[in-house]
Design a protein around this ligand. Structure first.
Ligand code: PLP
Length: 319
């Protein structure tokens, strides 16, 4: 009997097209296994270790108004991650940059969320030895997305701190951008259950760490602080440090006890997916007067101004 002759069981719901409909994919272009493809056709084997074991590293850079923002820093982090995970690709840094640019140009997006991924892949002999795997490269460009929507960006996000603890840096190096998100997703569900819109979770010492796809900053007496331990060193976080240096604001990476968050004058989160995003409520209580703070606004404005500065951005070559 061939697979094709096996009929779907009548009693099972007819869901065979649930993930196959091209209209359910965002408009965009992917590159994998040597080809550019529409998003709906970019698929990997279920046996890829990236899928089976979260054995992968990735990076996400955004394109704003036709320009990559801080592509060099994202490439540095991606290559460093691959090296630490002992992964190798048959592409140079320049070749990967060209693929990313082509994905954006082919998708036609002027503002895009662009991801590059290296998975462990699999071994042709199904060996369980990761040294025998052929690492896989995937890239894609889809429309720009943000952690916070328009309304949340204007009035500030409502965040809850979950008791969920970020996986120990001794187990998974947080400086390698990774897909170990079960702790972050648990935090999100905890946050939704408490009526908040997103979550922050703790580090292994009980201090505030980071959230699903973002770092966090507090402002107290004009000084900025962001957790220094057990977090991804975000490129947006780095941009905040660089901007603070330019305008003479003090910013440090140090332990951030939970109480300091609620007592801050201002709180904001940072991510490639949305930039600098204000937070005005933590655990149901307003931060200061519950309005978006002046320093948050200043940093946010400077951040977006830098998107047209050639020292911080690179043009995509559209056909
Ligand atoms: N922390 C985590 C766990 C993330 O996944 C991300 C981004 O996806 C960030 C922080 C923010 O990093 P970046 O500013 O480089 O986008």
């Amino acid at each position: 009997m061939s697979i094709a002759t096996i009929k779907p069981q009548a009693e099972l719901p007819q869901v065979e097209s649930r993930h196959a409909d091209a209209r359910r994919y965002p408009q965009g272009v992917a590159y994998m296994d040597g080809q550019y493809l529409p998003m709906s056709e970019a698929k990997i084997s279920v046996l890829d270790w990236g899928f089976l074991h979260s054995d992968a590293t990735y990076d996400t850079v955004h394109v704003w108004d036709g320009r990559f923002f801080r592509l060099d820093l994202h490439m540095d982090r991606f290559f460093k991650g691959m090296e630490r995970l002992r992964m190798k690709l048959p592409y140079s840094r320049g070749e990967i940059e060209a693929v990313l640019s082509n994905c954006v140009a082919l998708s036609g997006h002027k503002s895009a969320y662009v991801e590059m991924i290296c998975t462990r892949g699999g071994s042709p002999t199904f060996s369980r030895d990761p040294r025998e795997s052929q690492n896989r490269f995937i890239a894609f460009s889809v429309p720009f997305g943000s952690v916070a929507n328009k309304e949340q960006l204007e009035r500030g996000l409502h965040v809850a701190v979950s008791d969920s603890v970020r996986i120990s840096p001794k187990s998974v190096d947080p400086t390698i951008k990774n897909y170990h998100w079960l702790d972050l997703v648990k935090g999100l569900f905890d946050a939704y259950d408490s009526g908040a819109e997103t979550a922050l979770i703790l580090d292994t010492n009980g201090n505030v760490a980071e959230g699903p796809g973002f770092n966090v900053f507090t402002v107290k007496d004009g000084k900025l602080k962001t957790p220094g331990f057990g977090v991804l060193p975000g490129i947006t976080r780095q941009s905040v440090f660089d901007l603070c240096g330019e305008v003479g604001l003090s910013a440090e990476a140090a332990d951030l006890p939970r109480e300091e968050l609620g007592n801050a004058d201002e709180v904001f989160i940072t991510s490639t997916a949305g930039g600098i995003m204000p937070v005005t409520r933590v655990d149901g209580k307003p931060i200061a007067d519950g309005k978006v703070g002046a320093i948050t606004r200043q940093i946010k404005d400077l951040y977006w101004e830098k998107h047209s500065d050639p020292a911080w951005s690179t043009a995509v070559s559209y056909p």
